[in-house]
Design a protein around this ligand. Sequence first.
Ligand SMILES: *Cc1c(COP(=O)(O)O)cnc(C)c1O
Length: 433
Amino acid sequence: MSDPDFLDAGANEQWFARARQVIPGGVDSPVRSFAAVGGTPYTVARGEGAHVSDVEGRVYVDMVQSYGAVLLGHAHPAVTDAVCRAAARGTTFGAPTEGEVLLAETICARVEGCDQVRFVSSGTEAAMSAVRVARGYTGRDRVVVFEGCYHGHSDTLLAGGGSGVATLGLPLSAGVPSLAVAETMVVPYGEVPDIDERVACVLVEPVAANMGVVPPPPGFLQGLRQACDDSGALLVFDEVITGFRVLDGAASDLYGVRPDLWCFGKVIGGGLPIGAFGGRREVLSVLAPEGPVYQAGTLSGNPVATAAGLAVLSEIDGALLGDLSARVASFAASLASVFEAGGVEAQVPYVGPLVGVFFAADPVRNFADARRSVAGGLYPAFFRAMLDNGVALAPGPYEALFPGAAHSAAVLDRVLDAAGAAVEVLRSVQGAR
Ligand SMILES: *Cc1c(COP(=O)(O)O)cnc(C)c1O
């Protein structure tokens, strides 16, 4: 789909070449570089609802939606208005503002058991700060994380998001000192590990959505709750993706398991930089100024970001997310049929509106399964064929798809049509092997 009046051939190449001169790798977050799928990234000029257009005037159905930071679709008028009005009153003060109170009240009202939240500027900071609170509260150092989950790029929490070693953490990234991950224990997703009295917290995505989409097996989250209770460790749900997406509230309520701390981000900022961590009042009382755990931020609780977040949370409710989930369930079933009809082995797991694609014969239960499916090598060809047919997926095989409120049944049908064409390409790729 393109608008010939608008076409600026070669502009993507030119912008990316300029970007590479002044930004390492040409991107501010590695997955955007297309390194995993090949080719040149499209440079976005604008977005509207379910669509983005690039600097060449091509329009794509956007399944990326800023990796879930956008739920209502791009440039939703309620969000745009709220942002403009807030910005006109001043963009940051270094003093308390009404917006942060209103957003905190809204989050706490909708998440059962969450008494308080503190705002930060990213999901990375939320997870990092939650771990610090857990360590400060328990007086213990060890952190248990699950292979294939992602909790941002802080030193302590980088271990395991890609590591095959299910033991005491090995640094995944150069530049992370081994001491920083010496107390990070990485274990397979979906299995309740032994938790002893050295463990400060167990940090988990209640629905794993950074290794594709992997729902928690029955009893897993309940088992973690029990193991934490038995050992005095805190249970932390990283709901940076799941929060206010799988439910108008948190996944903890979907599964009926209440953690001690939650991490939020993405949706709650309406597309502006934000994060939050929250929990029981008694746990959060360890934070300065009331307690000894230091944590701070110049732009934390930023009035423009909190206004955007409030606008989004005012628009969504159980009915909106229920309708979206129903559309996505039907989309997932249809997509699975498209693969099956085309003779391509694939899984299309979904939880609420969160949906993923694995090229695998059997359901993916953990990171080892996910890696095996990615090693099959079909994703790059699928990605490129979808892009050629006007659908932008994430340029990496471990990412979820993020259909949102703007993805009508008609838009999702377009994605299915593109998938039908892509399957033909995949078949020839498979045949060539
Ligand atoms: C995106 C994400 C983060 C990190 O958030 P940033 O805003 O990118 O720092 C943390 N945890 C989960 C589950 C995420 O999906």
